[in-house]
Design a protein around this ligand. Structure first.
Ligand code: XUL
Ligand code: MN
Length: 344
């Protein structure tokens, strides 16, 4: 079976097992170790935050940052991988406690913009034009502390500076409704794509859709994907899973809801995402805290395996039987057709 899909993964997806209630359970590994594991695990591309590429980024000169980035690009390509995207990690800095682009402090907003422009320079050095913006702290912990309209203006101002910084870069905004903030700006694909039209170049502002984030927003992931695809704005996907409304779990793809996994793959396949959109399928999942270092990438390897098994299911689905049931409006039988197909 040809799959036409290219798979991507980030260094942060090899985590040390720390959570809010306890410390690391696995040793830290360096990037060289991780890249070799990605290749062995069947991955094609790597997603990076700026400081995954250049640790302690804020302490280094612009020239030093790009020098280190060029070295990392060599390491990535040396493993036969390529760089899918780069994202500014704005949520760790003491300058972004109140958010980056939407902070109430003008100097901190400027810091967020400067760091994002540097991310674009890094992306150029790494050979990608895709900039992902997960707006982690752009929102509120206290609703009355910011104005939504004002924050949208700040976000548009920041996006416009990024778009002007390089003519080819594309901004893919990754919506998420909450965590770490109580209420996030741009919580869904709809918000992101409406926001694109507040910028100077809407054609270069699109989205990355993550399964768990859609569940947290109470939305259907397959529909969120198709909504973005219909507007040619699905520039990457972070497939994973989420068991209801709680903290962001980043479980392996399909581990909670196999039917939703089927629907997600079906949407991608029906729209030929793998072959026509020149975009990757990323798995933004994490090892369980209980996993040892030898199993640290199994969540992603398993997610990829599940994706490819689901692709076979999607391709073997009797679409003409489904269409006939749609035509006769027998949705009960359609429901059962899907269930029995999944049970096998
Ligand atoms: C956070 C999340 C991020 C982004 C990249 O929930 O998904 O890891 O994917 O910044
Ligand atoms: Mn993600």
């Amino acid at each position: 079976m040809t799959n036409n899909y290219r798979f991507s993964i980030g260094p942060w997806n090899i985590s040390e097992g720390r959570d809010s209630y306890g410390p690391e359970t696995r040793p830290a590994k360096d990037l060289v170790w991780k890249l070799a594991l990605f290749k062995k695990g069947g991955f094609d591309a790597v997603m990076f935050h700026d400081d995954d590429i250049v640790p302690d980024i804020d302490t280094k000169s612009a020239a030093q940052v790009l020098k280190e980035a060029a070295e990392v690009r060599k390491q990535v390509e040396g493993e036969g991988l390529f760089v899918e995207m780069v994202a500014p990690r704005l949520w760790f800095s003491e300058r972004t406690i109140d958010g980056g682009y939407t902070s109430n402090n003008a100097q901190d907003r400027q810091y967020a913009i400067d760091r994002s422009l540097q991310t674009i320079d890094i992306a150029q050095t790494m050979g990608t034009e895709l900039i992902v913006l997960w707006l982690a702290r752009e929102g509120t912990y206290v609703r009355e502390s910011k104005s939504y309209a004002r924050s949208l203006e700040y976000l548009a101002e920041a996006a416009n500076k990024m778009l002007a910084h390089h003519p080819n870069i594309r901004l893919a905004i990754e919506p998420k409704p909450n965590e770490p903030v109580d209420v996030a700006y741009l919580p869904t694909a709809g918000h992101v794509l409406a926001f694109a039209h507040m910028t100077n170049d809407p054609g270069r502002v699109g989205s990355v859709i993550e399964s768990a984030h859609c569940v947290l927003a109470g939305l259907d992931t397959a529909d969120e994907l198709e909504f973005a695809i219909a507007q040619k704005k699905l520039w990457s996907v972070h497939l994973n899973d989420q068991n209801g409304l709680k903290f962001d779990q980043d479980k392996p793809f399909g581990s909670v809801n196999l039917r939703s996994a089927f629907d997600q793959v079906r949407v991608l396949e029906r729209h030929r995402y793998g072959s026509e959109h020149n975009a990757c399928v990323a798995f933004d999942s994490h090892a369980y805290r209980t996993s040892g270092i030898d199993q640290v990438l199994d969540h992603a390897v398993n997610s990829r395996k599940t994706f490819l098994r689901m692709l076979e299911k999607v391709r073997a689905f009797d679409e003409s039987a489904a269409s006939a049931l749609v035509a006769s409006r027998d949705y009960q039988a359609l429901d059962q057709l899907v269930i029995e197909h999944l049970i096998g």
